[in-house]
Design a protein around this ligand. Structure first.
Ligand code: GLO
Ligand code: MG
Length: 346
């Protein structure tokens, strides 16, 4: 493989999923965390992403001391394997305490639960050696518009973020926007919303974002433009590359599987902005197809990485001078075909 610096890659344990969907059970037998970590290492990924309870299982029943103890043991293990933790994310969408939302639940006890759990996630992140807390705000939105006061909910989100920022002076919050699913409408559906709410917090410089390709597409936006936008603010701190076929449920397809040209544009945007030069990882938030056999369990991740690396080559060999001439002549017809020919190759 040619030189592909500065990119390093990661995925999360949930990306080796078992194939269940809302209409049917699993299609692959469950695998242990140890097996997943071994696969990650064996295939040359540099880091793992962690939900808080991937790092410390059954976290809700455990004391702070126990959580720290287990996180410390995990850190030791990761160090021993030469692997990093890319981020920690509070999994705030499984608990009975978050049925009506987490930070924006109408019940103050449930809002407090969400904040307390987020502070524990920050403790875990610190122990695992990452300063990134990813906030995928799964249940912050509405099914029934009149059940919530969106203005008040934005205030509650800011209060929650402020408590997290105050809890640890180093932690950075990377908001992962998604416009819908599980909610009908999310309160922070796009990168613009994420970066705008950052300005309301006590430390806007420590509130940034994570772009997921499929989530941008679900919002009717171009993931490459979202990348350029976030990076204009210096706030793209993590990335979930994948693909999505149209406006339907979140598909988490292999990167480039549906729209190769959009994948090329995303890679080009990352290249021109120097993504990865400040230590950011390229993460693939992809799932195996339901039909995938256990012996092909890693293929969606390996294929996504391979496609990414091939597109880096395509971005680096794109004839920018020729493209600029066509742009100067306003010959976008020829530019369009030039991109297609470049992607098709010889
Ligand atoms: C779901 C999200 C989810 C998050 C993960 C990290 O749509 O993409 O996979 O990325 O839970 O918080
Ligand atoms: Mg994601």
């Amino acid at each position: 493989m040619p030189n592909h610096a500065p990119y390093k890659f990661c995925f999360g344990p949930w990306n080796l999923s078992e194939g269940a969907d809302p209409y049917g059970p699993t299609t692959r037998p469950p695998q242990s965390f140890d097996w997943k970590l071994a696969q990650l290492k064996k295939h040359g990924f540099a880091a793992m992403m962690f939900h808080d309870d991937d790092a410390v299982p059954e976290i809700d029943g455990k004391s702070e001391a126990q959580i720290r103890k287990e996180a410390t043991a995990l850190r030791k293990r990761l160090d021993g394997e030469g692997l990093a933790a890319e981020m920690v994310a509070p999994r705030l969408w499984f608990s009975p305490m978050t049925i009506d939302g987490a930070y924006t639940s109408n019940d103050p006890k449930h809002r407090q639960y969400a904040i307390d759990r987020s502070l524990r996630s920050i403790d875990i992140a610190k122990i695992l050696g990452t300063d990134i807390l990813v906030l995928w705000l799964a249940r912050e939105g509405s099914y029934i518009r009149e059940s919530k006061n969106a203005r008040r909910c934005i205030g509650w989100l800011v209060e929650a973020f402020d408590q997290m920022l105050a809890h640890d002076k180093k932690i950075r919050l990377a908001i992962e926007p998604k416009p819908n699913e599980p909610m009908d409408h999310a309160y922070l559906p796009t990168i613009g919303h994420a970066l705008a709410i950052a300005q309301l917090t006590r430390d806007p410089n420590r509130v940034g974002c994570l772009i997921e390709s499929a989530h941008a597409i679900l919002a009717g936006l171009d993931p490459a433009d979202e990348i350029d936008f976030a990076m204009s603010f210096g706030k793209l701190w993590s990335l979930h590359l994948n693909d999505q076929n149209g406006l339907k449920y979140d598909q988490d397809r292999p990167f480039g599987n549906t729209n190769l040209r959009s994948a090329f544009d995303q890679v080009r945007a990352l290249e021109r902005n120097g993504y990865g030069r400040r230590g950011e990882y390229v993460c693939f938030d992809v799932h195996p197809f339901r039909t995938t056999k256990p012996e092909h369990w890693m293929d969606h991740l390996l294929n996504s990485r391979r496609t990414f690396l091939r597109l880096v080559e395509k971005a680096r060999t794109f004839d920018e001078a020729a493209a600029n001439e066509l742009i100067a002549e306003r010959n976008y017809q020829a530019l369009d075909q030039m991109v297609i020919e470049h992607l098709l190759g010889q």
